[in-house]
Write a protein that binds this ligand. Structure first.
Ligand code: C2E
Ligand code: MG
Ligand code: MG
Length: 622
């Protein structure tokens, strides 16, 4: 148990946390403790009780520690109370001022418990000694010696404190240095691509904004090269992403090597790089840059254990005047590179106004198509399928047409590929299926016939990937009360080849429902004949290109003969499409082809007009 008399210490601090900390360890060390959270309160309290020592914070609102100390020292009642300032490190310069005001000592924040306690104890002792010196005036020399000893101890403590302050200052400057390095690193990361070390997209956008402004002020013109690796995805897929990344690093290195000092290069992402070249593009003058780039890609790239050959396509935006924002430049660079890819890749293309116009047209068409599908601006035309032996109507092929509000009737050749690319083909197929069912239902309602021909509806690979297709088909057919035998689905040979295992399963389910299946445009997809065996197919449609070649001695006859015999062996019947002449028809009959369709019989017609063939199925007899 501590034998010290119970001293009363007043802690003055506006921060309750500080008070709590000091309060706790003083209490633990057997001091009586009084607290004040402000200067005024402290002054009031010292009028009522006289503490043995005051621990006084400096930075406080209203009356700060210095002022409190000054007033304490002005008052004879409180003048003798030892005051120790509690100061933050940064306020150490102020210690001089503190001592000038009559404080006996200071401790620095964050407070070290041991240090505070030893200083408090020392000053209490010193104070006691002083007091007894004044009161009793006895054994002066002993007292002085004791006082000197205490003062020496205090000096020692101060020295220690100074060393610590120095150490802390050093630590602080080291921390600041590290902070700067980290900041610099972050700044680099924000503007650079971590894989290749080239500038990144964020940097490029800012840079292009500046260049657009320069061009607007006629200060400087720049041209843009958009460099894109050909078939980079294949490399990732075949050799893995690590190899892909390794390749990009070498590509970045080689591209940078081609550049003159003032050109800048950035990686946009993936396998896309963008080079900003000073000056308006002049193919005559700058073709060497393009040649250098292509030259770099003639050499193999050694990545890990692989030796890779890659080519690039380059799209060029010849000047950036007139652009409003960087994304517009990127969009046009994209148009130019798209052209380069269309031209067979591995080449460069300079953007022209015509290309831009065509791209805009395509964008417009895409947006029209989205809206068109939403608003169901489509209808079906029906082309008769005829039995070649009886010349009677046996079915129709439903072919979609777009009733475009501005352009009128638009053929699928214009929009099917786009719909496929932008993922709308399934919606279109779904709509075609519904429209066909509506037409069948209408014919049944309006005509009194014993037999109705089968309607062929085209269906894309994308639609066949959707498991819900089976339920949808059943629901639509149920709604219009159409039996499944009334419908045949046509899937092109190339789409068949695209279908995954899951799609074969879907085809089986549809077939099990009773829906017949036809492979369309046969002969164009180069499918292996044995693969056909896996599909539940009923009909094979010979592509028009073979029918066209049938009578011009270009080998069409042999091919058709083979296809027909293959189909028959696999229990499929055969339809020849695109029959335009009597000669072709005769030849097909001779080759044992059962069915045909083509302009010789009829063009595709709107449902209302196709009705005539239902009323008079023998219209094709002559
Ligand atoms: P397809 O399924 O092979 O349809 C036959 C195409 O050949 C039709 O073109 C038809 O009008 C045309 N044709 C028919 N007889 C002759 C002829 O004697 N001579 C010539 N030169 N052409 C003939 P269309 O209607 O323009 O359709 C083109 C393609 O669009 C279709 O080829 C089909 O693959 C696709 N398509 C049409 N409707 C749909 C649909 O609803 N969904 C899907 N996914 N594709 C469809
Ligand atoms: Mg078809
Ligand atoms: Mg076809």
């Amino acid at each position: 148990m501590n034998k010290e008399p119970l001293y009363l210490i007043l802690i003055v601090d506006d921060n309750p946390n500080n008070i709590r900390v000091v309060f706790n360890f003083l209490k633990k060390s057997n001091f009586r403790v009084l607290v004040s959270t402000g200067g005024e309160d402290a002054l009031r309290k010292t009028k009522e009780v006289t503490p043995d020592l005051i621990l006084l914070d400096i930075m406080m609102p209203k009356i700060d520690g210095f002022e409190v100390c000054r007033r304490l020292k002005d008052n004879p009642e409180t003048r003798e109370i030892p005051v120790i300032f509690m100061t933050a490190l940064a306020e150490i310069e102020n210690k001089v001022e503190g001592f000038a005001l009559g404080a006996v000592d200071y401790v620095t924040k964050p407070l070290q418990q041991e240090e505070v306690l030893s200083r408090v104890r020392l000053h209490l002792k010193l104070h006691d000694l002083n007091r007894s010196l004044q009161e009793k005036n006895h054994n002066l020399s002993e007292e002085i010696a004791a006082r000197l000893a205490v003062e020496a101890e205090l000096k020692q403590l101060n020295k220690k404190l100074d060393i610590r302050v120095q150490e802390r200052t050093q630590e602080l400057s080291q921390a600041i240095k590290e902070l700067h390095i980290r900041e610099e690193k972050l700044r680099h990361q924000a503007t650079h691509d971590s894989l290749t070390g080239l500038f990144n997209r964020a940097w490029l956008m800012k840079f292009l904004s500046e260049k657009i402004a320069d061009s607007r002020l006629k200060k400087e013109e720049n041209s843009i090269l958009f460099v894109d690796l050909d078939r980079f995805k294949n490399i990732n897929d075949r050799f893995g992403h690590l190899t892909g990344d390794g390749l990009l690093k070498v590509v970045a290195f080689r591209l940078r090597k081609c550049l003159k000092s003032r050109a800048e290069i950035a990686r946009l992402g993936g396998d896309e790089f963008l080079i900003v070249v000073p000056g308006k593009w002049d193919t005559n003058k700058q073709s060497s840059l393009i040649a250098d780039i292509f030259e770099q890609f003639k050499k193999p790239f050694n990545v890990g254990k692989y030796q890779l050959f890659v080519r690039v396509s380059i799209g060029i935006v010849p000047a950036i005047d007139g652009y409003l924002k960087p994304t517009d430049i990127l969009r046009d660079a994209d148009i130019a590179i798209y052209q380069a890819k269309q031209m067979g890749r591995g080449c460069s293309v300079v953007l022209t106004p015509e290309m831009r116009a065509a791209a805009w047209e395509r964008i417009q068409l895409e947006s029209d198509l989205r809206q068109g599908i939403e608003e169901e601006q489509f209808c079906l035309y029906y082309q008769p399928i005829v039995s070649l032996s009886t010349r009677k109507l046996t079915g129709f092929e439903a072919l979609i047409r777009w009733q475009h509000p501005r352009l009128g009737i638009v053929s699928p050749g214009v929009f099917i590929d786009i719909a496929q690319e932008i993922g709308l083909i399934s919606a279109l197929d779904c709509l075609a299926f519904k429209l066909a069912c509506q037409q069948i239902e209408k014919w049944r309602r309006e005509l009194d016939l014993k037999e109705f021909p089968v309607v062929n509806i085209n269906c894309s690979a994308q639609r066949l990937q959707q498991p819900e297709i089976v339920a949808q088909v059943r629901a639509v057919m149920g709604k219009y009360e159409i039996e499944t035998s009334a419908i045949k689905l046509e899937v092109t040979e190339s789409d068949f080849l695209k279908t995954a295992h899951q799609a074969i399963e879907i085809l089986r389910q549809l077939h099990d429902l009773g829906i017949k299946l036809c492979i369309d445009d046969f002969g164009t997809g180069h499918s292996s004949l044995s693969r056909l065996h896996n599909f539940p197919l009923d009909t094979l449609k010979i592509d028009r290109s073979f029918v066209t070649r049938l009578t011009d001695n270009r080998g069409g006859e042999e091919i058709i003969k083979t296809i027909i015999s293959l189909a028959h062996r696999l229990n499929m019947d055969v339809v020849a499409e695109g029959i335009e002449t009597r000669e072709q028809l005769d030849k097909l009959i001779e080759l044992n082809c059962e069915f045909g369709q083509g302009y010789l019989f009829s063009q595709p017609l709107p449902g209302r007009e196709a009705t005539q063939f239902l009323i008079e199925p023998s219209l094709f007899a002559h």
